[in-house]
Design a protein around this ligand. Structure first.
Ligand code: B16
Ligand code: MG
Length: 218
């Protein structure tokens, strides 16, 4: 069968760690007297840790020293690590395993393309690491989404041209990155947020094996 490459974002696509990022950022923001809504939180999805804190500070009109910035990033990550330390396979989102196993059966190469520096830890916790042929995460890139670097490295590692790569993404920035990379973008979430993707599905339960076959042949 013809080969495509399939690149999966992690947070919000494979597991719902977005809720843990939200809890950890919100707790930290409260200590600074900053409040932000779930709507604003959408803007933090797929965005690096540094950029997330910069955005939160700007919402609260706060400026802080470089040292304080580093300290707060450390605090947020410690809190986040506590949340993810108790994750297990039950946190894998519905039908993710079915889609991964189908693509593996069809011998399609699979990569992870995540902005998170904790991606490998999470994949180990939910026991999915061995399903990926390549892993690209926040430790491997110098430019964050919407820059396409993370996905382009994934394509290179899988030795597949960008235009033959399919990206599953839940974030506005991530869909933009896939589009800039000239890849087929599949938004996982709402049409309202991800209207710029080539296809949008609420979650993987809506993605049939027939649709995957069509993508492989495309
Ligand atoms: P960390 P993804 C992203 O992961 C998250 O969506 C985003 O909210 C987070 O700030 C970013 O990872 C960095 O994560 O602090 O763990 O390095 O969606 O690209 O898998
Ligand atoms: Mg995501």
């Amino acid at each position: 069968m013809i080969k495509k490459a399939f690149i999966f974002d992690l947070d919000g696509v494979i597991v719902d760690t977005a809720k843990y990022h939200f809890l950890a950022w919100q707790k930290l923001a409260r200590t600074l007297d900053i409040d932000f809504t779930e709507k604003e939180n959408e803007q933090l999805k797929g965005v690096s840790r540094v950029r997330s804190l910069e955005k939160i500070l700007s919402w609260g009109n706060k400026t802080i020293s470089e040292n304080k910035f580093k300290e707060l990033m450390g605090k947020k990550n410690d809190d986040y690590l506590n949340h993810i330390s108790i994750m297990n396979e039950n946190e894998i989102l519905p039908d993710v395993n079915r889609v991964l196993d189908f693509l593996i059966e069809k011998q399609q190469p699979i990569a992870l393309g995540s902005a998170s520096k904790n991606a490998r830890t999470i994949l180990e916790r939910v026991n999915l690491k061995n399903k990926f042929d390549a892993i690209v995460d926040g430790n491997d890139v110098s430019k964050a989404k919407p820059d396409p670097e993370v996905f382009l490295i994934g394509a290179e590692l899988l030795k597949i041209k960008p235009e033959y790569c399919v990206v599953f993404e839940d974030s506005v920035a991530g869909v933009e990155a896939a589009n800039v990379a000239n890849m087929i973008s599949i938004g996982i979430g709402s049409e309202e947020n991800l209207g710029h993707a080539n296809f949008v599905f609420r979650d993987f339960t809506e993605i049939s094996n027939e649709f995957l076959i069509e993508l492989i042949k495309k």
